[in-house]
Design a protein around this ligand. Structure first.
Ligand code: NAD
Length: 496
């Protein structure tokens, strides 16, 4: 089922102390003409900003401006196109702490997690600065007598990006620097829950000297997205978010002949063999399952101890999980912040209820932290004796809930992983190269780690899952991003 914008709670209308978040259209900051919606700090439940949404006419203005800017931008030599990105990288570095603080305020993740995210965002810009080399084609002389042949890559035109709430600094950078360095113009529609971080980054992009119309930011929910998906001048759409919306974006945009990459949701398995280094494995699992309050598409959410691994693993994991400090992520030393909205907290609590009803055993119960009227907190939760058919084993919860499904053998563990409708990431913990190799080659998953809690590819490698975690062909960042944002042409030349 497609969900529209989720609003946490009714709020008093138009507090003049709450700032409106502007959009950037054709090089100018302006309020959009649609209805305004509140943005909350999930650690306090307080409104921190008001977000006017784009109307269909607002989206059209942005697309027309992007289209008009395209001709000159595509003719700008690539070495000149990357100059603003070099300056942008420096500005991001200079302002990294401020961006991380904004990010924590609107998303809730800890300030430490936010700083890591900003660093990851900067790495995307660094890689895209290599566009002159990344865009190079192949050439071969005398493919036939006197005929030379070469390939060139050309930008597509106006590209759009629609991004989720959980990485407001990094995920937009999977798209923006690659798209514009390769000669496209770009319109970002960030998550309406976290517009402040991308807005601050946009200010820096302007300061770095990106020309008017080359980059724009508009806000909104489904209506805004639909206006982008249906606009004939939008040539390509990059989406990152939940699976039902990813499917919708993919089918709608592709049906109109647009190029699409749509990264969806996940249910990620962490498999632990009896020979694993248990203390290090437990630390990796905690970071994976409970880091960013489990709101990562790479978060481990099903733990599969194989045979004798179960008892020592779960004893240590339970002890360490109880020690995690839950609170306002802007305070140093907090191990886990709130989840994004009150509705999302309720959804997670509903899954915990369901797990109990279905007969799973609670080893750590995070519900004690979930006070109404406060920030949107849910404590780290571990279910043992989970059966593969239970909802908590199959469905994406996107919160700090870890389901333990025990397996007898490595074969059994691989069978469990491959039975999932998702295939984003997985990891095996073992000291056996043979088990690791077998695991890596047999799992039907896009990003596979060995002894790594969050197997996130770096900016110069591609990023995407398999099955219901991804719809499209070319993945995010790395060389795939260059291929996604360009069209290849083969030139054959003979001179008489
Ligand atoms: P979401 O799908 O609710 O929203 C993502 C974007 O789509 C937002 O900009 C939102 O405004 C827009 N949107 C929402 N509903 C829409 C609709 N009906 N029609 C058109 N547009 C719509 O996702 P979210 O809650 O912001 O983010 C969490 C989800 O994103 C999780 O499922 C997570 O696994 C996934 N995610 C995946 C990856 C990945 O790499 N595969 C990375 C990050 C997040």
């Amino acid at each position: 089922m497609l969900e529209n914008v989720m609003i946490a709670a009714p709020i008093p209308v138009e507090d003049p102390a709450v700032k409106k978040v502007p959009a950037l259209v054709n090089g100018k900051w302006a309020d959009l003409n649609g209805a305004s919606h509140p943005v909350y700090n999930p650690a306090t439940g307080l409104e921190i900003a008001r977000l006017p949404y784009a109307t269909v006419a607002d989206v059209d203005r942005a697309v027309q401006a992007a289209h008009a800017a395209f001709k000159q931008w595509r003719d700008t030599p690539v070495v000149d196109r990357v100059q603003p990105l070099y300056r942008f990288k420096t500005l991001l570095e200079k302002n990294a702490n401020e961006i991380a603080a904004i990010l924590t305020t609107e998303n809730g993740k800890t300030i430490e997690d936010a700083r890591v995210e900003v660093r990851r965002a900067i790495q995307m810009v660094e890689v895209a600065c290599g566009m002159p080399s990344l865009m190079m084609g192949d050439s071969l002389n005398d493919v036939a007598r006197g005929i030379d042949s070469r390939t060139v890559r050309e930008p597509l035109g106006v590209c759009a990006g629609i991004t989720p709430f959980n990485f407001p600094a990094m995920v937009p950078m999977w798209m923006i620097p690659f798209a514009i360095a390769s000669g496209n113009t770009f319109i970002l529609k960030p998550s309406e829950k976290v517009p402040l971080t991308p807005t601050r980054c946009t200010e820096l992009l302007l300061e770095a000297g990106v020309p008017d119309g080359v980059f724009q930011i508009v806000h909104g929910g489904r209506e805004t997205v639909d206006a982008l998906l249906h606009h004939p001048l939008v040539k390509a759409v990059s989406f990152v978010g939940s699976t039902p919306v990813a499917k919708y974006i993919y089918s709608t945009a592709a049906a109109q002949g647009k190029r699409v990459q749509a990264l969806g949701g996940a249910k990620n398995y962490l498999v632990v063999m009896p020979d694993a280094d248990m203390p290090k494995t437990v630390e990796a699992i905690i970071g994976s399952a409970f880091g960013a309050a489990g709101e990562r598409c790479l978060a481990g959410s099903v733990l599969v101890p194989v045979a004798d691994a179960a008892e020592p693993l779960l004893k240590l994991l339970t002890e360490r999980t109880e020690e995690i400090l839950v609170g306002d992520g802007s305070k140093e030393g907090i191990g886990m912040g709130p989840v994004i909205t009150n509705d999302h907290r309720r959804k997670i609590l509903g899954y915990i209820e369901k797990g109990v009803q279905e007969g799973a055993r609670l080893r750590c119960d995070g519900r004690g932290r979930a006070k109404e009227g406060d920030g949107y907190f849910v404590g780290p939760t571990i279910f043992d004796n989970v059966r593969p058919e239970m909802a908590i084993a199959r469905e994406e919860i996107f919160g700090p809930v870890l389901s333990v499904v025990r397996a007898d053998t490595l074969d059994h563990a691989i069978e469990l992983v491959n039975s999932s409708e998702f295939g984003n990431t997985t990891s095996i913990f073992t000291q056996s190269g043979k088990s690791a190799r077998e695991y890596q080659s047999r799992v039907e998953v896009g990003m596979v780690g060995v002894n790594i809690g969050v197997a996130a590819p770096m900016a110069f490698f591609p990023f995407a899952g398999w099955k219901n975690s991804f719809f499209g062909d070319l993945h995010a960042h790395g060389k795939d991003a260059v291929y996604f944002y360009t069209e290849q042409k083969v030139l054959m030349t003979r001179w008489f």
